[in-house]
Design a protein around this ligand. Sequence first.
Ligand SMILES: Nc1nc2c(ncn2[C@@H]2O[C@H](COP(=O)(O)OP(=O)(O)O)[C@@H](O)[C@H]2O)c(=O)[nH]1
Ligand SMILES: [Mg+2]
Length: 340
Amino acid sequence: MSLASSVLAGERFALARLLSQIENDNPAGREALAELFPYTGQAHLVGVTGAPGTGKSSLVNRLAHHYRHPPTGESPLKVAIVAVDPSSPFTGGAILGDRVRMRDLSGDSGIFIRSMAARGSLGGLAPTTASMVQVFDAAGFEIIMIETVGAGQAEVDIARLAHTTLVVEAPGLGDEIQAIKAGILEIADILVVNKADRPGVENTERALRGMLEMAHPTRRVFKHHGQVETISSSEHALQEDALWMPLVLRTVATQGDGVPELVEAIARHRAHLETTGEMQDRDRARLQAELELLLQQNLVSRWRQGVSNSRYQEILETLIARQISPHQAVNALLDGGQSK
Ligand SMILES: Nc1nc2c(ncn2[C@@H]2O[C@H](COP(=O)(O)OP(=O)(O)O)[C@@H](O)[C@H]2O)c(=O)[nH]1
Ligand SMILES: [Mg+2]
């Protein structure tokens, strides 16, 4: 039985092995991924991002617990968690801490947790994460949560992988300003004010609402037939066919307060994406972005194989000496050695 079939059959050991192969970007991993790819496209991808210490892991833990143990009448969902934290060393406290907090979830075959702490994984963090998510998706995990530290572009890219992005803030960290800087508010579908048991929660919430108003004073809805409609943020923006206004919700991850409401908001966002057709749009955009990134990587590495290092260095030196411009340098290199 191939590795991919074992993963489809729900074998956890095969799943873990494939995830490692993908992290190492090896050919066997790629082959299995190709076999699995037709089975993807079912899961709800939920990105969870925010500054370190805001409570992302605690919240993800609570959410997972809720999906596994829903209120009576609802069936439990299979949950996968991909925690990406390039800032934490392999044996760092954050990961260990996460393990401890995740303890109550272990032993449950409906949940799988994978941490990626290594910086500079071969293909880059975003493509590797995308591949891992595809594996979980094919393996039948219905909710896939991707936890990233909201810091750099890579993390924003990873957040863009998701259908629904939660941006987690906490009182007293002064992150509100940080959030704008990182452009992270623009990717938020739901803003979570966690640590709502702490003083200053009202201020944080007010600041976030204020910033949302500034970021989305009016929203333009481009209809398919080319007409433009404008909806102000004070209008009811949750109606069908309207754009989603980011929600602001309070939680206390350590106690589980606000978690059922958050789960409901996540489901509501998904329903919104489905009724408006945005689900397909996001899927399309995501796969196109992945394609372009892989194309760029492949073209550059193929081209590098065809040009000698000495030729490359020679052009680079001419560029640094200001004898040619960067554009001219590119032309010279792409011309296969004939400088202009
Ligand atoms: N008081 C309080 N502490 C919390 C809450 N959520 C998380 N914490 C604590 O904040 C610290 C950081 O949490 P963690 O989930 O690791 O944050 P992350 O770095 O964003 O993943 C831990 O000590 C948590 O126990 C909360 O709602 N209230
Ligand atoms: Mg964490």
